[in-house]
Write a protein that binds this ligand. Structure first.
Ligand code: GLN
Length: 454
């Protein structure tokens, strides 16, 4: 049914870069046979899933939205893909994204735009617009995204879906094409909070192949979602972050946000206001740390090892000239912008002023979170300042594009988990996202509060 739905609507939505019909049908048939034989299967066995194209899949093309990886077929699976396969979820295919996950609209993909299923003239968010649009358009019931600064939560917000960025280190990064290694986390995109909890428990947990993987087991997420679904939040303290509301936020977004706060109060939660004074510097710090790490991670795309190789049309064929020609042709403008920014910020003489200062701000943001979580069990804000904007509207203005991430970036800088869930429609008829943040390793709180709001 989902493959039929993809065939019917993906021409207009363009959520997928690659559809794996045969493999998906084979997995579904295998699960049916095992179920008929009485085998005890995972609760998600047989439920199809779409995977963002930044996650490597053995034998299935993986491009990260870039020309430089066009035609590359990975020889191995990411850990999370192994877990999905062993639980028997048919993988429908790979979803569109901003090139190397740099962007907030999926317009930086080298393979064309994805369209928001609510209004095809509008962006589906980014960088994981393909995963969110696939779920929002009923092409897939579940999807995998990655979130370095908001790329799971912001697309979820603007497509009316649920998206979760787990605690840093709780879902293995083995087999993710790295953007910024200290910020990247993979997580679920679904239509309900309980579905996210089920998928999060499946893909999360310790992995010896990721050196930053947390050794302890995950807290019980599905149980927390079931507890929250009872609608009782008595004793839960909810902190509204002063700095992530008000100026710059669309009135319809704020109206839905305040209605959700009332729902929390009616469920018995105590709502308090908390101040995170350094959050106003989060965006600036992020746009130094991210390009610095990305410029280093992307150095491996050199025309020698993976995908595209372009030789200079004239003059000697040296390694350096092949590298320059390949990267010149293979990377898009946003990737080049960030590689240049990152190498500049890391260069001798500027390192302390830029990268060093940004790391200090990162520490201040972590301290803001620690102080806020001393006053509240979870923190809340709108996920994004506006609803989905028109395709093309912010494409020529990188700073306007970066501002979409003001509310999502602090969680990545501090490594704490965050969830976005639908909070109704704004006056323009477009979905609004409500963000819940919890302390590191307390992802269960996201599910308890999220399920109570659903
Ligand atoms: N929009 C942010 C950026 O461009 C977030 C990216 C992400 O989370 N992958 O960096």
């Amino acid at each position: 049914a989902h493959l039929d739905r993809i065939a019917a609507v993906d021409g207009a939505v363009h959520a997928f870069l690659h559809v794996s019909d045969e493999a998906a049908l084979a997995t579904a048939a295998d699960v049916d046979a095992r179920r008929a034989a009485g085998e005890d299967l995972h609760p998600l066995a047989g439920v199809p899933i779409a995977v963002k194209d930044v996650v490597v899949t053995r034998g299935v093309p993986t491009t990260a939205g870039s020309r430089i990886l066009e035609g590359w077929v990975p020889p191995y699976d990411a850990t999370l893909v192994e877990r999905i396969k062993s639980a028997g979820l048919p993988i429908l295919g790979k979803t569109n994204m901003d090139e190397f996950a740099m962007g907030s609209s999926t317009e930086h993909s080298a393979y064309g735009n994805t369209h928001n299923p609510w209004d095809l003239e509008r962006i589906p968010g980014g960088s994981g617009g393909g995963s969110a649009a696939a779920v929002g358009a009923y092409e897939a019931p579940l999807a995998i995204g990655t979130d370095t600064g908001g790329s799971i939560r912001q697309p979820a917000a603007v497509t009316g879906t649920v998206g979760v960025k787990p605690t840093y280190g709780s879902v293995s990064r083995y087999g993710l094409i790295a953007l910024a290694s200290s910020l990247d986390q993979a997580g679920p995109v679904t239509r309900t909070v309980l579905d996210s909890a089920l998928l999060h428990e499946l893909i999360g947990g310790h992995d010896p192949r990721d050196s930053t993987s947390i050794a302890e087991p995950l807290p019980p997420l599905v149980a927390a979602a079931r507890q929250g679904a009872s609608g009782d939040l008595s004793g839960v303290r909810v902190g509204v972050i002063t700095q992530l509301q008000g100026e710059g936020y669309q009135p319809g977004v704020l109206a839905r946000f305040h209605e959700s706060l009332e729902l929390l109060q009616r469920a018995g939660a105590e709502v308090v206001e908390v101040s995170c004074p350094h959050f106003e510097y989060a965006l600036a710090a992020y746009y130094l740390i991210l390009p610095a790490e990305a410029s280093s991670n992307l150095a491996k795309f050199d025309g020698m090892r993976f995908g595209l190789r372009v030789e200079p049309t004239q003059g000697p064929v040296t390694a350096e000239r092949v590298m320059a020609a390949t990267r010149g042709a293979g990377f898009g403008d946003e990737v080049k912008r960030r590689v240049i920014l990152g190498t500049y910020a890391l260069s001798a003489g500027y390192y302390d002023a830029y990268y060093g200062s940004a790391q200090k701000v990162r520490t201040l943001i972590q301290r803001d979170f620690a102080a806020a979580f001393a006053q509240a069990d979870v923190l809340v804000s709108p996920t994004a300042p506006t609803t989905a904007f028109k395709l093309g509207e912010k494409l020529d203005d990188p700073l306007a594009m970066y501002l979409n991430d003001v509310a999502t970036i602090p969680a990545n800088l501090a490594g704490v988990p965050g969830l976005s869930l639908p909070a109704g429609l704004s006056d323009d008829g477009l979905p609004v996202g409500f963000q819940v943040l919890a302390p590191a390793k307390a992802d269960d709180r996201l599910y308890r509060v999220g399920a109570a709001l659903e």
